[in-house]
Design a protein around this ligand. Sequence first.
Ligand code: IFM
Length: 448
Amino acid sequence: MTTIEFSNELKWGAATASYQIEGAAHEDGRSPSIWDTFSHTPGNVKNGDHGDQACNSYHLYKEDIQHLKELGVDLYRFSISWSRVMPEGTGSLNEKGVAYYRSLIEELLNHNIKPMITLYHWDLPQTLQDRGGWENRATIVAFEEYAEAMFKEFGGQVKSWITINEPWCASFLSNYLGIHAPGKKDLQAAVDVSHHLLTAHGKAVQSFREIVPDGEIGYAPNIGWLEPFSADVEDQDACRRGMLWQKEWFMDPVFKGSYPEELILLFEKQNAFLKIEEGDLELISQPIDFMGINYYTGSLGRHQENAGLFQVEEIPLDYRQTDIGWPIYADGFYKALTDLKETYGDIPIYITENGACYNHGVEDGKVNDQERIDYLKQHLTSLYRAIKAGVSIKGYIVWSLLDNFEWAEGYEKRFGIIHVNFETFERTRKESYYWYKNTIEKQRFEIT
Ligand code: IFM
């Protein structure tokens, strides 16, 4: 038996996002976001699911916070629904929407749980999409206005902020691969969106320094780990291109003030051009206080002529997969974290998301999700190794507190450590909840 023990400095948390859990889509002045439109368009989301009710957390947030309290977490990462607090996308605030988040924050603070707010977890107000969405630079200005308003409303109480969640998903998955809202398949649009998201991040960081000088701010890119299938140069190159797309495209501008040239050229060959205006890169590369990392999966990459833009075929080899079909590669987590330190230096990191999809149901009042516990153990062991290797890890935040609306996969795919019955909204704590609680309490766990 081996014990993995963490220091008291590591902060523990759980995460959710507004559209995935809140529901109350038509209540108290909220206007539609791109995800309301997308999910209500037939064919976009499995089983025609949508977030109208989701977990009903808008009404049940006190119960959810009670679960967080008993879990013993230091912090709760949640996101604000832009269209709930600012229904027009810009301009006046919706007092009822603001009041909801104020109550949520107060309830968290009353229970000694630190709120960590994500400003943008993909639910752009539809009214902004109607004016071009993230393809239009005006949305950068709108985001700055929204961010400033939120810093002013909540910055007195909330000191940890994330600008953008998973910019790769919000740009390429949504605008090039067409899988997420707004569902476009246009490389130029995706390249524009990626740059505008990062510029919006920079604008928000700039305002944050003025309004919340005693707070910390970062962003939360997702990375998967891709390593070459063989020593073959073609496989090595294919992997490098795949990683450039996920990692360097979204991190070089922030930490080095430039985009990777190889990718700019590759996009240009497809007639998609990176359009940078004066001052953008300075904004984007302003110092931030931490990097958020969302890690779930890794694969081997092999060169394959017909495998998309980057000609990299992902081969899971014999890695086991979670119920969403993502290979489990915990060692890739260690490799990704140590690689980040080598590439960008000693930047403090929060693991802003890590977790697994397993779709167990409730049996005799229990949810026995041993596979999720195994996944968490393996990834926390990799995290521990990364800490030992000198990576500065501030915190670990599990995805997710609750089973929720898993975007294009609807409600079938469950990532929660708490089971949600989507008809009654009843919550049932899974075995992984109890395992995580015990780990937080003792700051350690055993592996056999
Ligand atoms: O549910 C999502 C979350 O919204 C963003 N990161 C990945 C999770 C699992 O797909």
